[in-house]
Design a protein around this ligand. Structure first.
Ligand SMILES: C[S@@+](CC[C@H](N)C(=O)[O-])C[C@H]1O[C@@H](n2cnc3c(N)ncnc32)[C@H](O)[C@@H]1O
Length: 269
């Protein structure tokens, strides 16, 4: 991973020039995300092992809330024969992803769609994916919408299809002490991040990127699409999400990986 310095270069008397290449901005994104999720790479690997155990090395997968394509890029690297559809509604992050990964020799499709409305499915390419995956994204959706999304995913996936979601979750209410311990331990793990001490925070990363003159119009579009400053964390309990997935039509649903209060929840159609 590159470790560019964090200054914005300014030519004498001129406007700021772009400090980083698009790829460096994505590297900085990954470092920023790893600051909050120190075990992020292990979580990705757990998702890939789960996919491989169900499908081997050949499948089609949709990455929901893909951002600049961190999960998609790793999927394409780990599985040279798969196809990925990367879905997001943030024009800035999608631009970074497209500039960095392009179409991965025809194996990657970028889809601009809002997961808050059921019409997102109409923007997908024809044919059913084998799997739908997501990381650190679906907690942006209110519970009412998330439950509807689960039903949409159950209709989209074929029998045996997999849904994998890596995200923060609450432990079940019957475990108040363990819930507190998991939350605190997670905070402690973030306090001693490995190799991310130089990483920008979420707000800092966005503020620096906003100074990039080539992105002005996309930032305006982003503000219209996400009018709230910041986003609300809608963290459901693991138990609630399992029962929503069952009711949506998934045959089985359970965590397949956990680090404190961070889970990969898997559901089989
Ligand atoms: C914290 S980022 C995670 C990005 C990426 N999955 C990763 O792990 O690095 C959350 C992503 O969810 C996307 N997202 C949030 N609400 C969305 C919506 N309504 N429709 C599509 N994407 C959404 C955001 O645009 C953002 O890219």
């Amino acid at each position: 991973m590159n470790t560019p310095s964090h200054s914005v270069r300014r030519p004498k008397g001129g406007s700021p020039t772009p400090a980083y290449s698009w790829r460096e901005w994505v590297d900085l994104w990954d470092r920023q995300q790893t600051r909050y999720i120190p075990h992020r790479e292990a979580r990705f690997e757990a998702m890939f092992d789960t996919l491989e155990s169900q499908f081997g090395g050949r499948f089609t997968v949709v990455d929901l809330g893909c951002g600049p394509g961190s999960l998609s890029a790793r999927l394409l690297r780990r599985f040279p024969r798969i196809r990925v559809v990367a879905v997001d509604y943030d024009p800035v992050l999608l631009y970074l992803g497209r500039q960095t990964l392009r179409s991965a020799s025809g194996r990657l499709r970028w889809v601009e769609a809002d997961l808050r409305a059921p019409a997102w499915r109409e923007r997908l390419p024809r044919g059913r994916p084998d799997a739908v995956v997501s990381t650190t994204a679906l907690h942006w959706l209110p519970f009412v919408r998330l439950r509807k999304l689960y039903a949409e995913l159950a209709r989209l996936l074929p029998a045996g299809g997999l849904f994998l979601d890596g995200d923060h979750r609450l432990l079940d209410r019957s475990l108040p002490q363990l819930g507190r311990i998991a939350r605190d331990a997670s905070r402690l793990a973030r306090r001693s991040p490995r190799g991310t001490d130089q990483a920008l925070g979420w707000t800092e990363w966005w503020e620096k990127l906003r100074a990039e003159p080539r992105l002005t119009a996309l930032f305006e579009l982003r503000a219209a699409r996400y009018p709230e400053r910041g986003h609300h964390e809608h963290s459901a309990t693991v138990g609630a999400q399992r029962s929503w997935l069952h009711r949506a039509g998934f045959r089985e649903a359970a965590p397949v990986w956990q680090q404190f209060d961070d889970f990969v929840l898997a559901a089989v159609r």
